[in-house]
Design a binder for this molecule. Sequence first.
Ligand SMILES: C[S@@+](CC[C@H](N)C(=O)[O-])C[C@H]1O[C@@H](n2cnc3c(N)ncnc32)[C@H](O)[C@@H]1O
Length: 390
Amino acid sequence: MSRTGGRPGLEQAWRHIYDRAYHLDRPPAAPGLDTSGWVNTYTTEPYTQAEMGEWVDETVGRILEHTPRRILEIGCGTGLLGNRLIPQVEAYCGLDFSVGALQRFSRDLEPTTRSTVCLLLASAKQIGRAPRWDYDCVVLNSVLQYFPDAAYVQEVLQQAAALLKPPGVLFLGDVRHRELLTVHHAWREWRAGADDMAVLEARASAARRHRSDREWSIVPADLADMLRSVGAHHVETRLKDGTHPTEMNLFRYDTTGFFGPVRQAVDPEWLDWKPGVERRIDWQAGRPLGLRNVPNARLAPLIAAERGLQDAADATSIGALRTAADSASYDDPLAVLRDAAAAHGAVIRTNWVRDRSGRTVDVAVLPGKESPETGPLLVRWPTTGQADAV
Ligand SMILES: C[S@@+](CC[C@H](N)C(=O)[O-])C[C@H]1O[C@@H](n2cnc3c(N)ncnc32)[C@H](O)[C@@H]1O
């Protein structure tokens, strides 16, 4: 029995699944890129090296933005992130409850590393066993979904916050967006269903998958509240910037909680997004600007597919629906803003919190580059009330 009470044995079940996945002695796709256990939900094939490489690069980059010196990674797996973080820090402690994960991680460890490294076989709730190294960064990446319930997550976050020596960050990466689960499961059917599969059958299958989905998920705003409840003074939630249409890039997010002395946040002027707004921005003014409700266009074809499945006659085939949808095109305002910002030497930051449905995102346009000494600029993001007032 799990001690969490809510979902007995789920923690153990995941441990067995991971032990089995890591036990398969598949060689790493590339040196330092051991993607054992990573399977594309939509194709059921292992993710490609390009997909995983992009995801790892982005995640490592987001962690290193905080110039951490001592990292604790909970659920470190085979060291996909750890192998790249270790050369950049003084000390790294990786914890995982799967012996197979740690065996693979230690096998790939660079023996010449000058960092102090510790790998610990323990469950996330046992992080009190980690050496007390005054961590300034605790990472939980792609792991919350295997925790049995919110009480377990809350307890781990509480303990993780207690191990942080401020100023520090708690980085919660690759978190599943709860409000988007129905779209995700519909998209699976849409992508994987045989051409002659009837819509009635696809709908039933998507609903079945949704009901039996055992991985934990949460809406970003609720995760931000959890982080604040364990002492974060500031929370930011970013969309993935990756370009591959993977589940990670489409449906997951990275949330960072900032602990310790309150840092001044940039206070942009906020406007509602409108098509073509990038042409009206005074890029030379050097002032931070905020755009509310920018459509999260990467979801547009997925939401259209979900609607297609809902609205079509029961006997219509998925193949026919897909063919009809193929001609649709979608503009991506976020990509347009990113390109315009890059051309003007500005930085774009997203916060995917205010719209619980995930359909829109707030975007800050920050003039100039961020400095590695100060870490990323903090932004005063609008609240729901503010949005309605303007
Ligand atoms: C998807 S992998 C992520 C690995 C790594 N963090 C990364 O981003 O590449 C999830 C890892 O979390 C570990 N894990 C899952 N639940 C855990 C728990 N309750 N306690 C400790 N480790 C856990 C699994 O064994 C697995 O290695």
